[in-house]
Design a binder for this molecule. Structure first.
Ligand code: G3P
Ligand code: MG
Length: 267
């Protein structure tokens, strides 16, 4: 794969594919979240970006998982820390969602990155340290990304955990980063500037005209999660909103206005 130029936003590392429409945990409305199947389906729906959650098992293997335990989204039970790479072969991360997904593996970060490269998908990797040290997760993520030079331009790393992002920035000075907040504190521009983060990711209900205006002054992208009602975002579409993270891309892509907006910055 050719290496795109290295874009920067306000001097901060940015992705080469800004990606306005992002499939949350893959196509999570119609497939088990954070699985390879969910990413394949998202790509089939027309999404060029996916979001996923990265956490560590007890032996330091990075897997795609939102919760601190395997109970909700697999056929296993217990905290992630009680499992390791040797357990992956017997964990089913698809049956809980539907019989058509039986046998879907609990994906490792390496498997996911390989698939993204094959499908030319870009991704928002959300680091979720759970109860473990944020630096440990950041170290494993940095090593996985470091093995694949294309990720520099096609992976945007985010987290609610500032310590995880700080650790990643120390290890990867040029990796595009995003700070996640449910509701951003007043000092968010200082936090993003200190991190060298190019994007602010917030809960959709925290979005306002004032926040978009401030983000424009600060020259950072704003993306909102998790929005499954396009109409609620319509007035922000032409007002500088950089991206939406949704469980169901067709909600946006089947609407000509949103489809045009999404296509504007897709490659
Ligand atoms: O990255 C956006 C969104 O995924 C953050 O919340 O809980 O769905 O990981 P959550
Ligand atoms: Mg997430």
């Amino acid at each position: 794969m050719t290496q795109p130029a290295e874009p920067r936003l306000n001097g901060r590392p940015d992705t080469a594919t800004p990606g306005r429409l992002v499939a949350h945990r893959g196509a999570s409305r119609v497939a088990p979240e954070n699985t390879l199947a969910a990413f394949r389906i998202a790509a089939g729906q027309g999404a060029r970006w996916v979001e996923f959650d990265a956490s560590l098992l007890g032996d330091g293997t990075a897997v795609l998982h939102h919760d601190g335990t395997l109970d909700r989204c697999t056929d296993a039970s217990g905290p992630l820390s009680a499992f390791g790479a040797a357990d992956l072969a017997r964990i089913d991360a698809g049956s809980w969602f539907g019989p058509g997904f039986a046998g879907e593996p609990l994906a490792t970060l390496d498997q996911a990155l390989e698939l993204f490269d094959a499908l030319a998908l870009s991704a928002n990797l959300e680091m979720k340290p759970q109860d473990g040290p944020p630096e440990a997760l950041a170290g494993v993520v940095a090593a996985a990304l470091g093995r694949r030079p294309w990720t520099r331009s096609r992976i945007l790393v985010s987290s609610f955990e500032l310590a995880a992002l700080k650790a990643l920035r120390r290890l990867m000075p040029d990796q595009p980063l995003a700070m996640l907040y449910e509701d951003p504190p007043d000092e968010w521009p200082d936090v993003l500037a200190a991190l060298g983060a190019c994007s602010l990711h917030i809960w959709h209900q925290a979005l306002s005209d004032a926040l978009l205006a401030r983000a424009a002054r600060e020259q950072v992208h704003v993306r909102v999660y998790t929005i499954n009602e396009p109409a609620r975002m319509a007035r922000f579409r032409g007002a500088g909103l950089a991206g939406v993270i949704t469980d169901h891309p067709p909600l946006f892509l089947e609407d000509p206005g949103w489809a045009a907006w999404a296509a504007d910055q897709e490659v």
